[in-house]
Structures are given as structure tokens and as C-alpha cells.
Ligand binder design. Structure first.
Ligand code: HAM
Length: 420
């Protein structure tokens, strides 16, 4: 019979990968909380309209990547293809407009997109995201960029750059779009088939095509920042002012448009210096029309999200050293005559806050010690007839094989005092 495998584009996170994941999650939560963001969790699936109405009909996500299904009541549902729309749905549903604004929220969540899997591009990935809702102040755009940047720095990631652009608003974008259409219409013959087919539906996306010929055409295209209305222009200047105040250097990248249609004004991405769409490590921007499009009271917002798999990949590629685990890991070994006492001791250690396991499976003492070594235990405790009688236990340092006698009554305190 054929054996099962994890679905294509998904990955198991094995115990050996968990230290990296824990490191990333912990730093992510720390920094969000330090910036005043509070955690929110939303369901892994929503009514499909939450995403279709906000992300945009002409995006790859809505056209071909959502995991859609009808539930047993016949409602069209979708697994979450991103986090922002869900958080905005929750903001509206729970009347968060009545709280002091802005409402700062962050999340850690799995995200599902039916993409063509490749290195760094999965069908289930995990995001850390932060959203500041309810205020249009440009300092929040800069705060989100700063938060993202400090997060990567705190992890020790190197070689990243901040790319920033402004896409304008409902008032000024139509003129920009028209200018782009006129420009691309004259150059379409030089562009890839994907761009030619996207041209009518979503001309902005032609700017971020990674095809070499299209990059050259996109570089010479009209720039959105030349078409901003006075308000959008002031907003963008002000964001730049705060980024300078906080000494964040960034590239103004007029080819940056993002893959979701809900953005207004500021958009940004954090990219490793090497190019490539699947290498973008985080991105976001402002989305002042999103909540209105969802049917709620028009409410501004700005946020970002970052893919944890891509961060872990970058950390592993850089060979980043992780802080060592705090306490020692204990392996209780015993001769058969001391088995009951060994398991009594095991329970005491665990209840006393010590990480401990005991040998199982009736192996010889030598084999038990070999297992302790193979599992990377720091200390082994050896229990035999002598130890039972004397109440003095041998604690063996697995790194240098030195043994130390410790009275049974002082064992928990002794082990808790060790650093690893
Ligand atoms: P996004 O750029 O689509 O934005 O995704 C954010 C991050 O998730 C990407 O930069 C990347 O690190 C990671 N990511 C995306 N797709 C995949 C994939 N298939 N496999 C692995 N990692 C992936 C958003 O989702 C917006 N909701 C961000 C945002 C928040 N904008 C405003 N607020």
C-alpha cells in the first residue's frame, strides 16, 4: 500500500527545527508587544467574500490561489490566504472603532495559497503580522516599517533592504493608471506572455514582473510618485520624514506595487539584497479603503506581514547561532532492582521543574547511557542497589563523564542550579 506524504507545498516542522521557530516567534511577539501591539487570533477560514472583496478580483490570490470550499450549509468558505482582511473583519465585528484609536494588533497564523511550490514558496506558510487600525497618521506607516526592520535586526538577519513606494489613492491613481496603460500599450510586444495577458485587467502588476525583458520596460515606466495628489504627496513626504528621523535607510522603488489590490498610498517590502519574488521576506502598506470595501464604515489601516519559513531559511543559511536552551536535560538510568525508585524520582524531578526522562524498554545500564548521549542529554542520574541503600545518587556529566555524588533530598535544588 502506498504510504502518505505531507501535501505538496506543506512542511512538517520537526523537533530539530523548533529552536529556530521558537526563537523567531518569541522575538516577533516581544517586539510587537514592545511597540504596543496586542495579539489577536482569527479563524483559519472565513467566508470567501472577506478576501474576494478586499484582495481584489484581478490578483493571483483571488484568481487562482485560494483554497475554496463549500461548507455543509452551502456557504462559500476560504482558508485564510492572508491575515489583514480577517483582522479588519474582526475589528468591524467587535466594534473596535469604539476603542481608543489606533487599535494596534498582531497575529501569528498559518496562511494558505495554492501556489506553485518552490524553495521559499509554500502552499501553507506562517505569518507574523501587525496592523494599526483607525488612524491615517503617516507616523503609523513609519512605525510599521520600523517595527518590521527592528524585528529582523533583533534576529541577527543581515543583508536586507527596505523598498518603499506610494501608490496614491482613489483620487490620483486613475490618472497614473492611464499613464501606465498608454506607456505599456506601446511596449507590450517586448513583454512576457503573463504581462500581455495581465495588461487589460491589472496594468500596475506589469511593474513588478521579474522577467528580465519586463524589468527593463518597467524601469522606464511612469512613476506613481509623479502622479500623487497633494494629500498623498504630503503623506508620503511625512512618512519619509519619520523614516529619516529614526535613521532607517530605504530605497524609493517605483516598481514596487505588491500582489494585493487593497493598498493605498504607502507600500513597502523588506528584501534580501539578492533579487527574486520568493525571497521577499516581509511586506505591507496602507489600506484606507479596505474596511469600506468589506461593507464597514470606511476606516484607515496600515500593516505588514512576514513569512516565518523565509526568516528561518535565511537564519539557517546564515548559520545564525541561537541562544542555548536554559536548563539541563536529565536522563534517569537504573538497574532493574531500582526501577520503582527511578520512576518515583522521575516524577519528583518533573514536578520540581526539571526537564527529565527515564530510560524505558529494559535496556542494560551501558545501553541506557548510550541513549542518553545520543539524545543530547546534559546529565544522567544512575540508580542501582547502592544508591537505594545510601540515598546518595550519582549525577554524571555527559560531556566529560565526571560523576558527582548528590544526596537524594538535595537533587532537585542541585539540578535546578546547573546552567546546562
Ligand atoms: P504578502 O506579501 O502577500 O502580504 O505576504 C507577506 C509575507 O508572507 C511575504 O513577504 C512572504 O515572506 C510570506 N509569504 C507569502 N506567500 C508565501 C508563500 N507562498 N510561501 C512562503 N511565504 C510566503 C500579505 O499577506 C499582507 N497581508 C501583508 C500586510 C499586512 N499588508 C498590510 N498588512
Amino acid at each position: 500500500m502506498a504510504t502518505f506524504k505531507a501535501p505538496r507545498g506543506t512542511a512538517d516542522t520537526l523537533p530539530s527545527d523548533q529552536p529556530h521557530w521558537e526563537f523567531v516567534r518569541r522575538h516577533g511577539e516581544d517586539i510587537c508587544q514592545r511597540y504596543g501591539y496586542r495579539r489577536i487570533d482569527t479563524p483559519v477560514f472565513e467566508e470567501a467574500g472577506v478576501f474576494v472583496r478586499t484582495i481584489g478580483q484581478d490578483t493571483d490570490i483571488v484568481e487562482k490561489e485560494m483554497y475554496l470550499f463549500k461548507d455543509r450549509g452551502g456557504k462559500e468558505m476560504s482558508l485564510k490566504p492572508e491575515g489583514t482582511a480577517s483582522v479588519c473583519r474582526a475589528y468591524l465585528e467587535h466594534g473596535m472603532a469604539n476603542l481608543p484609536q489606533p487599535v494596534r494588533l498582531y497575529y501569528l497564523s498559518p496562511v494558505f495559497r495554492y501556489e506553485r511550490p518552490q524553495a521559499g514558496r509554500l502552499r501553507q506558510h506562517h505569518q507574523l503580522g501587525a496592523e494599526a487600525l483607525g488612524e491615517v497618521d503617516p507616523v503609523l506607516d513609519a512605525e510599521i516599517i520600523d517595527l518590521a526592520w527592528r524585528f529582523y535586526l533583533s534576529l541577527g538577519l543581515r543583508g536586507l533592504s527596505i523598498q518603499v513606494n506610494s501608490l496614491g489613492c482613489r483620487q490620483c491613481r486613475p490618472a497614473y493608471r492611464q499613464a501606465l496603460v498608454a506607456y505599456f500599450a506601446s511596449r507590450l510586444g517586448e513583454m512576457c506572455p503573463d504581462c500581455r495577458s495581465r495588461f487589460d485587467r491589472n496594468p500596475l502588476r506589469l511593474l513588478d514582473c521579474k522577467h528580465a525583458d519586463c524589468i527593463a520596460v518597467g524601469d522606464a515606466a511612469p512613476r506613481s510618485t509623479d502622479y500623487l495628489c497633494p494629500e498623498c504627496s504630503r503623506h508620503f513626504d511625512s512618512v519619509a520624514g519619520y523614516l529619516n528621523l529614526w535613521e532607517l535607510s530605504y530605497n524609493l522603488n517605483h516598481r514596487l506595487v505588491r500582489g494585493l489590490d487593497y493598498y493605498t498610498r504607502t507600500v513597502f517590502e523588506i528584501q534580501p539584497l539578492e533579487e527574486g519574488s520568493q525571497s521577499t521576506i516581509g511586506g505591507g502598506g496602507r489600506y484606507d479603503d479596505l474596511m469600506g470595501e468589506m461593507g464597514g464604515r470606511p476606516t484607515p489601516g496600515v500593516g505588514f506581514a512576514t513569512g516565518l519559513e523565509r526568516i528561518v531559511r535565511n537564519l539557517q543559511r546564515q548559520g545564525a547561532a541561537l541562544p542555548a536552551a536554559s536548563g539541563p536535560r536529565i536522563y534517569v538510568c537504573y538497574l532493574e532492582e531500582a526501577r520503582e525508585e527511578a520512576f518515583r524520582l522521575l516524577a519528583e524531578l518533573r514536578r520540581g521543574g526539571v526537564e527529565a526522562v527515564a530510560a524505558v524498554g529494559g535496556r542494560s545500564l551501558k545501553s541506557q547511557l548510550r541513549q542518553a548521549d545520543a539524545q543530547g542529554m546534559n546529565r544522567a542520574i544512575i540508580l542501582g542497589g547502592d544508591e537505594l541503600r545510601s540515598g546518595i545518587l550519582m549525577v554524571r556529566n555527559m560531556r566529560n563523564s565526571q560523576q558527582e555524588p548528590v544526596p537524594r533530598g538535595r537533587l532537585v535544588a542541585f539540578l535546578r542550579g546547573l546552567s546546562g
